[in-house]
Design a protein around this ligand. Structure first.
Ligand code: ZN
Length: 425
């Protein structure tokens, strides 16, 4: 058994474990002197416990094995790859060339003692897969959450859009961590529950004073923006009577879509050369809590955290799929049905109390868009004048409460640049 130290590891929970051992000395692997150290047998055991929260050996049954061989073997890990995937070693020990020896000792020294229970790592020769990776009973080879995103889409497109009609449905499930069979819950709330947790980590404050831009084609505006009221109306959200299908909103519900830069919002409306465009610059009036889906980083929790929550791993896949879907360009031939899943999910985000979603533009690679969950002014809704201003849950606040129009410009499109790739000759 060797002695490894806090400096050998990148994961903060493993570092914490070594510090808690309360032993100081010299490290056999990275050469650090007078640091917190622990035996490879103990640290190896701690690492095994963490890995078993997220991984299981592929050899468990034949179906899994054939599925993996079939199509998903690239998603299986060697033990060494799982160590890398979980960011176990520090750059420090890697640079000093101690990681190979440390890896072997951690696996070997922690394995001896546990010969009475199945060895997750099989002496380092195991092929590991993420728990619940294969939905065995569907035989599709899809991951649970991959399946759930597809099922979610299918469900809201073709079965029930607005309510979970018939309550929670249950379909075939995988095995849970403790080996019990559990139905995979497919009611919307159940699917989306782990995602609510992730949303908290993706929230971002759009600060008061931040500028955002929105463009409209002049030919869509049947009046000249010559008064303050008309200017605000010209570059504000579409009136509900004219709001059409959108990635985030169905016809009749109008959100404020805007961009972080003028070029992006102009690209988004796809004007023709020679066309006139009204470009509005808005300033955010109050801090707004929004969901940031623009960064491509994966939100990953350490498996060595005792509070590790495995469903969140799938939830992040679900969000990745949503993110890919909203940054795919809309095409004129797209069926409106295709937008329904993202519209329903956007409403879920809104229902959780967020003010909007930030995402990457499909039209301008460097640009960012915002869908803000605020709507046209109250006077643009049909019931205004009968009941006065409507308030309460589910009523979209007028965008003028969140954003102040600072300037409006009329611009003419003088040229458009394209990027393209070759598909066939
Ligand atoms: Zn060390």
């Amino acid at each position: 058994m060797g002695l490894c130290c806090v400096e050998c590891f990148g994961d903060s929970f493993i570092k914490g474990y070594i510090l808690d051992m309360g032993q100081a000395g010299d490290c056999d692997y990275c050469g650090s002197k007078g640091v917190a150290i622990a035996g490879t047998r103990h640290v190896g055991g701690f690492i095994r416990d963490g890995l078993s929260r997220a991984y299981e050996p592929l050899c468990e049954n034949g179906i899994r094995k054939s599925l993996a061989a079939d199509r998903r073997l690239h998603e299986a890990f060697t033990v060494r790859e799982a160590f890398e995937e979980e960011g176990i070693f520090s750059e420090w020990v890697v640079e000093r060339g101690g990681d190979g020896r440390l890896y072997e000792d951690l696996v070997r020294d922690s394995g001896d003692e546990r010969c009475d229970i199945p060895d997750l790592l099989e002496g380092g020769h195991a092929t590991l897969i993420l728990r619940d990776q294969f939905n065995v009973e569907t035989g599709t080879g899809a991951t649970v959450f991959d399946f759930s995103w597809r099922e979610f889409k299918d469900y809201v497109k073709h079965y029930a859009r607005f309510f979970d009609v018939g309550g929670t449905r249950r379909t075939a499930g995988g095995k849970t961590g403790d080996g019990k069979r559990e139905g995979l819950k497919t009611g919307r709330d159940q699917i989306l529950e782990p995602i609510s947790e992730l949303l908290k980590r993706l929230s971002l404050t759009l600060p008061r004073g931040q500028a955002v831009f929105r463009a409209t084609k002049a030919r869509d505006i049947p009046y000249a923006p010559d008064t303050k009221d008309r200017r605000v109306r010209a570059v504000g959200p579409a009136p509900v009577s004219r709001s059409s299908h959108n990635r985030m909103s169905p016809p009749g519900i109008s959100y404020m879509n805007c961009s972080s830069e003028p070029d992006t919002c102009i690209s988004e409306i796809r004007p023709a050369v020679g066309e006139r465009v009204y470009l509005g610059k808005f300033v955010v009036r109050k801090n707004l809590s929004i969901i940031d889906l623009s960064a491509m980083r994966r939100i990953k929790q350490s498996v060595f955290d005792p509070g590790y929550y495995h469903p969140a791993r799938w939830a992040s896949d679900f969000l990745d799929k949503f993110r890919m879907e909203i940054s795919r360009p809309l095409l004129p031939d797209d069926s409106p049905v295709q937008y329904i899943p993202t519209q329903v999910f956007a409403e879920f985000v809104r229902e959780r109390g967020y003010a909007g979603i930030k995402y990457r533009s499909s039209q301008l690679r460097s640009g960012h868009n915002f869908t803000m969950f605020c709507g046209p002014r109250a006077s643009d809704y049909p019931l205004e004048g009968q009941k006065g201003e409507r308030r309460g849950a589910g009523i979209l606040e007028p965008f003028t409460r969140w954003l102040r129009l600072e300037a409006i410009q009329t611009v003419e499109i003088t040229g458009i640049q394209f990027e393209y790739r070759l598909l066939c000759e």
